[in-house]
Design a protein around this ligand. Structure first.
Ligand code: PHE
Length: 492
């Protein structure tokens, strides 16, 4: 995603940052509120018995749907970034995205299975339009070389986690204790609040993200728009065709087959991307070496998110079915556990920022921090093996699990994106940002499928296997720290 020159005058009216940061902070806060509110309920709603208003899906099917949903949300960020760059500009992309997300949540609230799937589709598309682009606008608020940029992103990251913290408390309570569908509606209302705020605050954003980046050649620009239109049309035609074939019974399309297909698509995109980055024409030797380093971090991040994002799938079910949630005679909703991770992020992010500074020359390299991330998330599942062997267990197990996982997130997530952008050849910076989302998508796909095994595999075995995968990956990455740092050719 190209950086257009900044047209906003230097502004320090929001705690020393441009006022527009407040607008984007709250836009993303509400978007994440909506995303995590819906995510907290989704798995539980799909498997809940029809008597409670749930969909009564088998866990395997629910896991497959969750995998497609959570993976597509992030995979479509690649498309959303491209559409904004070339066609709509970031500002309009965020607006359309927010409208789609709100509409999607209201669609989930409607009592019809068709509306359920349509709602998930709208949220996928909407998040793909909104999430990458709101971050791009944040970057554009600062002139190149402005020292406030990194701290601006740290503040923005707090907005993400603030939204993720409050929504499970509200949507979870309404969804689990009143009505599932009302819970989704409450999630949609949050996105509407975010949209109103974004609309009203637009004046603080100056020119940032208003126009698509021009290639500098009008006929090339027009060609790009045409490609976009054809691709969108083709996607709609393929989806429509598939829907018709399946509803007429010509082919059997189940959530599991869709999810399997998506798995192959994710692998194919990753292979093609890295083949091009490493063996493609026109890269210098250093750029190829850095692409290998990007590949190592990419694989590590996919494995990391595969464990971490089970908060919404298997661990969510564990909270619901295996955890004693009665406090002072009252049972609290299982989805409240979803607030634990963002709470720890908010509490501990400043500690980590301080820690890395305090370590000075001993601060770990990016692959070193990724290793720590994998080891922590591996441990977080390892400690769940004993409580998984049966009976209702204390809620502190999950709290401990989420604490360890969050320590991992803080080692990996904030570092990942900036490492990627620094390792990428400058002319494809936006594309490499997309690769980071691709890694997240693969992780989410795996997390959904792992959640689908909740009933078919003994739990200690499932959690043990997840722990072992992350820990083994951590150990392998530890051995690769030195060669990877060498491949990074001087990038810190
Ligand atoms: N907590 C992060 C967020 O919601 C998770 C994430 C990381 C999502 C990387 C996308 C990419 O923003």
């Amino acid at each position: 995603m190209t950086q257009t020159p900044v047209a906003v005058p230097p502004d320090t009216s929001f705690y020393g940052h441009p006022r527009g940061l407040a607008t984007l902070f709250f836009t993303e806060m509400w978007e994440r509120y909506s995303y995590y509110g819906t995510r907290a309920l989704l798995m539980l709603f799909m498997v809940a018995p029809a008597t409670t208003g749930g969909l009564a899906f088998p866990v395997v099917k629910a896991g497959a749907i969750y995998s497609v949903y959570a993976a597509m949300v992030y995979l479509l960020c690649l498309a959303g970034g491209w559409v904004a760059d070339r066609i709509t500009g970031q500002r309009r992309a965020v607006l359309y995205g927010g409208i789609l997300i709100a509409a999607g949540n209201f669609s989930l609230a409607a009592p019809s299975i068709m509306f359920f799937y349509a709602g998930l589709g709208m949220i996928m598309l909407g998040t793909g339009m909104l999430k990458p682009n709101v971050s791009v606008i944040v970057g554009q608020l600062y002139a190149p070389g402005d020292k406030r940029r990194d701290s601006g992103f740290s503040i923005f990251y707090m907005g993400i986690n603030l939204g993720a913290l409050i929504s499970p408390l509200i949507c979870g309570l309404v969804g689990e204790n009143v009505s599932w569908r009302l819970g989704f509606a409450v999630s949609g209302v949050g996105m509407v609040a975010g949209l109103i705020q974004y609309w009203l605050g637009g004046k603080h954003l100056g020119q940032a993200g208003l126009y698509p980046a021009s290639t500098g050649d009008a006929s090339k620009d027009r060609k790009q728009k045409r490609i976009g239109a054809i691709a969108a049309f083709a996607a709609v035609a393929v989806l429509g065709g598939l829907a018709m074939l399946s509803s007429s019974g010509v082919v059997e399309i189940s959530p599991t087959t869709v999810s399997d297909g998506l798995g192959w698509v994710l692998i194919a995109i990753s292979l093609a991307t890295f083949y091009w980055l490493i063996f493609g024409k026109g890269w210098s030797v250093d750029e190829r070496k850095r692409a290998v380093a990007i590949l190592v971090l990419f694989i590590a991040s996919a494995i990391f998110w595969a464990s971490f994002e089970q908060a919404g799938s298997s661990l969510n079910l564990f909270a619901d079915r295996n955890t004693n949630r009665v406090v002072l005679g009252h049972q609290f909703p299982a989805s409240w556990f979803q607030s634990v991770q963002p709470l720890f992020v908010i509490a501990l992010a400043p500690v980590f920022a301080w820690l890395w500074l305090a370590l000075g020359r001993r601060e770990p390299s990016s692959p070193g921090k990724f290793t720590l991330g994998l080891l922590f998330v591996g441990l977080s599942f390892a400690i769940m093996v004993p409580p998984a062997s049966g009976g209702l267990v204390s809620p502190w197990w999950l709290v401990g699990c989420y604490l360890l996982a969050t320590l991992g997130e803080l080692c990996l997530s904030p570092i990942g994106l900036s490492a990627m952008t620094k390792l990428a050849p400058a002319r494809i910076g936006g594309f490499v940002m997309g690769i980071w989302f691709l890694g997240t998508a693969i992780g989410n796909w795996l997390a959904g499928r792992a959640g689908g095994l909740f009933e078919s595999m003994p739990l200690p075995q499932l959690f043990g296997a997840v722990a072992a995968s992350a820990l083994v990956a951590g150990v392998v990455l530890a051995a690769l720290i030195k060669p990877t740092v060498r491949m990074m050719s001087g990038v810190k």
